[in-house]
Design a protein around this ligand. Structure first.
Ligand SMILES: Nc1ncnc2c1ncn2[C@@H]1O[C@H](COP(=O)(O)OP(=O)(O)OP(=O)(O)O)[C@@H](O)[C@H]1O
Ligand SMILES: [Mg+2]
Length: 344
């Protein structure tokens, strides 16, 4: 293989910081008022690390992802905060400078992406186009083909498929090809928003496992987004739990999965089948998420929270490190029961 074909990581040394999301606030302007979709979110990501973002529909996961990529719709705006990638603030970049970083530095795999292939070109040629736009040097046609074939092999597709059209691929194969495209320019970070949700469970499982292997091999960083905490728990190092635009818990995956300290995470896990065992028996998560046009004062979760006190109605609990990098935004985290023993 030539230098160009070699699929290698551009990520920095494992364990050093790649991404710092620093007090980011993102709103959508609508006729009814401002939608508070991302509210004061702070987290970081190391080189080679995989982070999962979970939470109910509408809690702001996709809004967070689109903020990181600066791909917000016209009515969406980052109002505050910094998004540092290798120390450079993406929020401050010009549109053109940001465009150069997409695909090359940060790429994405979205839920419906497998349906976005253009039916009149081969899948290989569409990846070739991405390479021509974003690869820093000019490659020969043969070099491009070799690279695309190597990417296909890497994501579990036969390299002969690069000459086929999208309709010749199954749904799972099309989504694998989307992943190959996301990998094509050796990004430092991939953001995968519900990458396998539209696929059946077995294909979903296979693709996630392969993506995890590719990530380990290349040492890149990944942010996985899913409403399904069990799926996220299998493939990530850390988990962040979002509720109504806020990050309410962040920590090592096993720690958050087996010992959630935020009441919302606790109840969310209670309504999720465990990885290995049957559905855990906890009290159910009742009520609906709030309207983000007018979120509750104090802790946004307090109207649904069995642990809430008067303080929670007026005061917003800050994210607090409760040890070992496990952070939680709750005044009552110590009252939340252990669920470890119920997970079997
Ligand atoms: N373009 C938009 N204009 C106005 N409000 C929006 C827009 N896009 C999203 N929202 C609102 O922002 C909030 C966060 O939505 P977002 O899509 O980020 O949630 P999500 O966690 O990705 O949900 P899901 O699990 O359903 O994908 C929701 O209240 C949603 O209605
Ligand atoms: Mg979403």
């Amino acid at each position: 293989m030539t230098q160009v074909v070699e699929i290698e990581s551009r990520g920095g040394r494992a364990g050093t910081t790649l991404l710092e999301v620093d007090h980011v606030v993102m709103n959508y302007t609508t006729k009814e008022g401002d939608v508070s979709a991302v509210e004061d979110v702070t987290f970081d990501l190391k080189n080679g690390e995989s982070l999962g973002l979970v939470g109910e529909s509408g809690c702001g996961k996709t809004s967070m992802a689109l903020s990181l990529l600066r791909l917000l719709p016209d009515n969406g705006e980052i109002r505050q905060g910094r998004i540092l990638l290798d120390g450079e603030d993406l929020v401050e970049l010009s549109e053109e400078a940001m465009r150069q970083r997409r695909w090359r530095d940060v790429s994405m795999v979205f839920q419906g992406a497998m349906n976005s292939w253009n039916p009149v070109y081969t899948v290989g040629d569409q990846i070739r186009e991405a390479l021509r736009l974003h690869w820093p040097t000019t490659l020969t046609y043969t070099e491009e083909t070799e690279r695309i074939a190597a990417l296909f092999e890497m994501v579990g597709l036969n390299s002969a498929m690069i000459e086929r059209y999208p309709h010749e691929f199954s749904g799972g194969m099309r989504q694998r090809a989307v992943i190959a495209m996301a990998l094509s320019c050796n990004p430092k970070l991939i953001i995968a928003d519900e990458p396998t949700t539209a696929l059946d469970v077995i294909v979903q499982d296979q693709i996630l496992k392969e993506l995890k292997e590719v990530q380990a091999e290349l040492g890149m960083s990944i942010i996985y987004i899913s409403h399904d905490i069990a799926v996220i728990a299998e493939v990530t190092d850390r988990i962040g739990v979002m509720y109504a635009g806020k990050l309410v818990e962040l920590g090592d995956t096993l720690e958050v999965f087996h010992r959630p300290r935020h009441p919302y995470a606790y109840l969310l896990l209670g309504s999720t089948p465990s990885i290995t065992g049957p559905r855990r028996k906890l009290s159910p998560l009742e009520g609906e998420p709030p309207n983000l046009l007018d979120p509750p004062k104090g802790c946004r979760f307090h109207p649904r929270c069995p642990f809430a006190s008067d303080r929670c109605k007026s005061e917003e609990p800050p994210m607090t490190d409760i040890g070992g990098g496990h952070e939680v935004a709750c005044f009552h985290w110590e009252e939340v029961p252990e669920i470890r023993e119920l997970s079997k």
